[in-house]
Design a protein around this ligand. Structure first.
Ligand SMILES: Cc1cc2nc3c(=O)[nH]c(=O)nc-3n(C[C@H](O)[C@H](O)[C@H](O)COP(=O)(O)OP(=O)(O)OC[C@H]3O[C@@H](n4cnc5c(N)ncnc54)[C@H](O)[C@@H]3O)c2cc1C
Length: 423
């Protein structure tokens, strides 16, 4: 594995940006250059578009790109989830087909895991794949599929063997979204946006060669995706400084990067990123004259403490990784910490702005960030495994507590469905 000091990384990125960046080039051109340089995915092997650096280097690279004021690598689930999963379990053909367009942002991905009857208990999923020659025929329904409207591919979990125990009859496919038999219906959230969708499959198809990790190995492969999700979400996601979304349907690839970085949305995002959370709350509390209230002061101090504890925990994990060690349950604990910080902000923000809390928009105190944060706060403690599920994992896998009671692990899935629906 290659090694570089933090200063060497910062210097190398400085040289790369000076050579490769220009505000006139499009986002697609910038991502192509970023991909060629290896800085888009520095911890991936050099053979697969990375630089082979240890995990601890990732944060330094993200910070260096951010302070150079250039867009980071593509946001979204391709780079965060599909990439690491295919890198770990994919065949060389699958890596050659999928990784490059994930890293250079040409193709977008969504995660086709959750179903109406399978969220926390994901292994109960019932979307079916039936073998037909060199293909599988897919029927069923997914829900809460973030970004399905703009995705080119989906990480599809489907049941390929109902006679096997529930965790063993599942396979993982790289699924083409644009095809007959796929019906994508956006769901409206309380933010007013439609981040996620329902996806219905009626005799849709996927080639057997797109099965990742082998038949019946979907649960193991899905756990790699879920681990990447927890780790990414706990540290704030893939963190694209310019807010660029991949794939042709996102409509962003042909935008000049200068425009993207100067645009008011990007500026607002940058501004709140540099003064986010507690810093923003302290400023607005002072401006509105409520910062001296003793209860408010306690709550602002608590926001500061939570952020500092999160920052130090992440530094501790970074140093442990650099020395070849790790913190058991690190991803789960980081995600739980994020939920706690968000819940604190959800309550404190509206308390600071008072009646302004009922208004949305950039011309309200805090530039609308508190109101947005409050209505968005429930989401992160549910997706990527709810808080309760994270605690179960820490209890069982880190602390070694007894497992939750449930049916025998060897019971065929079909028998678990007796009385509900035939498998
Ligand atoms: C904003 C958002 C985006 C999402 N994006 C995606 C996506 O892109 N792709 C995708 O596949 N899914 C996505 N999801 C779905 C998400 O993964 C599920 O909502 C989540 O796994 C919970 O499943 P559920 O909604 O069915 O709730 P349930 O599993 O029905 O849980 C309901 C409640 O019971 C609790 N509970 C359940 N089981 C246990 C247990 N064993 N012990 C203790 N408590 C328990 C839960 O914590 C929760 O509070 C998204 C969700 C949200 C909110």
């Amino acid at each position: 594995m290659a090694t570089m000091t933090d200063q060497e990384i910062r210097d190398a990125i400085g040289r790369f940006v000076a050579e490769a960046y220009s505000p006139e080039i499009t986002l697609a051109q910038w991502w192509d250059r970023l991909c060629e340089s290896g800085w888009a995915v520095p911890t991936w092997p050099e053979e697969w578009h990375g630089k082979g650096l240890p995990g601890a280097a990732a944060r330094t690279v993200t910070e260096a790109l951010r302070s150079a004021n250039v867009p980071g690598p593509p946001a979204g689930l391709g780079l965060l989830l599909a990439g690491p999963t295919i890198l770990t379990h994919g065949t060389d053909e699958q890596k050659a087909r999928y990784l490059r367009p994930i890293v250079d942002g040409q193709e977008a991905w969504c995660q086709l895991f959750s179903e109406p009857g399978a969220g926390s208990d994901l292994a109960s999923l019932q979307t079916k794949a039936l073998r037909d020659g060199d293909e599988w025929v897919i029927n069923g329904q997914k829900v809460w599929t973030s970004g399905a409207q703009t995705a080119d591919f989906g990480m599809l979990l489907a049941r390929t063997d109902s006679d096997a125990p529930k965790h063993k009859g599942i396979s993982y496919f790289a699924f083409t979204m644009d095809q007959p038999g796929v019906d994508i219906r956006p769901l409206r959230e309380m933010t007013g946006r439609s981040l996620f969708c329902e996806v219905f499959f009626s005799d849709a198809r996927v080639a057997d060669s797109e099965c990742v990790g082998g038949h019946g190995a979907g649960w193991i492969v899905a756990n790699t995706t879920l681990a990447a999700e927890r780790a990414g979400l706990g540290t704030g996601g893939s963190g694209s400084a310019g807010g660029g979304f991949p794939g042709k349907k996102s409509g962003m690839l042909e935008i000049p990067v200068g425009e993207l970085m100067d645009g008011s949305r990007a500026q607002a995002a940058q501004a709140s990123r540099s003064e986010r959370g507690g810093g923003l709350m302290r400023r607005v509390a002072r401006e509105l004259g409520v910062a001296d209230d003793p209860v408010m002061r306690q709550q602002l101090a608590q926001a500061y403490i939570l952020e500092e504890v999160g920052r130090m925990t992440s530094l501790r994990a970074k140093h442990l990784r650099a020395s070849g060690s790790s913190l058991p349950g690190e991803g789960n604990l980081a995600k739980l910490m994020m939920s706690r910080v968000l819940r604190h902000g959800r309550d404190l923000g509206p308390a600071i702005v008072g009646p302004y809390g009922t208004l949305l928009g950039e011309d309200t105190p805090g530039e609308g960030n508190f109101q947005e944060a409050t209505i968005w706060a429930p989401g992160p403690s549910i997706y990527g495994g709810s808080d309760e599920i994270q605690k179960n994992i820490v209890g069982e896998r880190v602390l070694g507590l007894p497992k939750e009671p449930g049916p025998d692990k060897n019971t065929p899935f079909r028998e678990l469905l007796v009385g509900t629906q035939k498998g």
